[in-house]
Design a protein around this ligand. Sequence first.
Ligand SMILES: [Ca+2]
Length: 77
Amino acid sequence: MRAVLLTAAVLAALLAAPTAAAQDNCDPNYSGCVPIASDVDCQNGGGDGPAYLSGSAQVIGVDIYKLDRDKNGIACD
Ligand SMILES: [Ca+2]
C-alpha cells in the first residue's frame, strides 16, 4: 500500500513539474524569457542578481522572483 501511494506521489510531482525544459531555461511563470536562477532581478534595479532581466516581461504564473513590484502583471516595468 505504501509503495502504491509513493508511486502516485511521484507521478503527481512529475505531472505538476513545469515544462520549462521545453523553453531553454526560460521561467514558465513569465512570458518573454525570464531566466531560471536562484534569483532574478531587473537589469536597471538595485538587485544583486545573480541573474537579471533586461526589459520587461508579463507575469503569467506566480511572480516567484518578485519582479512585479506594482502588481500590474508586468515584470520590470
Ligand atoms: Ca509591474
